[in-house]
Unconditional design. Sequence first.
Lengths: 281, 281
Amino acid sequence: MEQIESIKEFGGHLNRYTHDSESCQCPMTFSVYLPPQAADGPVPALYWFSGLTCTDDNFRVKAGAQRYAAEEGIALVIPDTSPRGEGVPDEPDRYDLGQGAGFYVNATRSPWDRNYRMYDYVTRELPALVEAHLPLVPGVRSVSGHSMGGHGALIVALKNPGMFRSVSAFAPICNPVESGWGKTCFGTYLGDEKSAWEAYDATCLIDSGARAPEILIDQGTADEFLKAGQLQPQYLQAACERAGQPLTLRMQDGYDHSYHFIATFLGEHIARHAKALRQGG
Amino acid sequence: MEQIESIKEFGGHLNRYTHDSESCQCPMTFSVYLPPQAADGPVPALYWFSGLTCTDDNFRVKAGAQRYAAEEGIALVIPDTSPRGEGVPDEPDRYDLGQGAGFYVNATRSPWDRNYRMYDYVTRELPALVEAHLPLVPGVRSVSGHSMGGHGALIVALKNPGMFRSVSAFAPICNPVESGWGKTCFGTYLGDEKSAWEAYDATCLIDSGARAPEILIDQGTADEFLKAGQLQPQYLQAACERAGQPLTLRMQDGYDHSYHFIATFLGEHIARHAKALRQGG
């Protein structure tokens, strides 16, 4: 793992790294914000999973997160959203498939199965890597994300009990097996077998008995992708009610799908994650 | 003036407008963040002037300013950095001349003199326009900016006593007649006469007797353009000492020229502007 950039911000450092990923079989880039407190010893970490088309750069530039992380003394770990590079399969004319659209699954269909193993990457390889090389408290993690990354945050928390102390999401794809985006990517990466899809779908996972710490979701009512049926928080809400999974779903009046929406409510999410990270530690 | 976008953020609205500019003889785009308090009546405004290559979008996406503006109940008025469009002269291979590099002057040399009148635009046309059409308290304004826009903020405050209640800058070009960027643009837009350049140079203006409210400047010590001699805060500082112009120049250890640096210290700037805007009102 090689550090390729370090920018001082709010007294800490926003660093960028590359490494040869075993999961993804290609070089991967990610960012970590280390708050000023990390100079005195290891700090807990909030993982952030971004949405379609994003790299590690969008969140660190647009969300205003570093201010809160510095105040709370927590690190931000920000992976890319897919494998990338010349040898990596892609659909260059599509924003919602291929590079930039890894959907946080382990692909099983050729040619995607060689590189598109983002689930292993974000749940195994990346945490082990950053906890071995950076001043992070091993195993003390929370997770959040946006849209496709909100889906990612929900499924990694549901599929790995105890791995994350808290979980939240902004406008997540709550039931990808029922959304256009999800059907496209799951069909391409996972094939036709519906049970393979359901293993990466938050709503299906809850119906199958998976549980997570109380889930916090913010969803804007003016979100064009909500209207288009891509996100479907009502299906997740119904599953949580059926299962007794704690969920706080906040429909935020007039907010859209953009980082301006995320920025507005991110401070509340980070405060909640920081509390869970402190209590658990 | 036509509203072309409105995004809800921190309870207020981030709006974008276009209008046919008389000063610049072309359509101009700008953004205004109206805080939630603007729903109940007019609010004061902080003008933000951006740096080379920027449009109105950079600051509104990268600085984290809207959170502070919502807390303080002030509007943000964010113009573009130059005239733009097909009929507007440009040097497409250069980032530091032509479109995106208006330098906040009124050009006098052909072919630039038709459109490149950003000084008139930001000091006359834009304030009159937004104060006529938006819930802003007329005449209650502060100004700040970054790099080329920091230069712009300093000169509009120095050249227009009473127009702005407070002024600050991030890594401003303090003495453009002595910087490579400034010499290129001033020579191109204003011709060879040095006195024409000095009328748009903060250090020269202070030496000539111009005064502003106490100036606050943050400058990162790891700023590559500081090292390259483009910014030269020490010349401005010397002029302020000679003249008795109040200046707080803070050299911020290890910070660079990026929006991560701006984001780190912007809250302090906005709190200071908000205090001046309230006291004066």
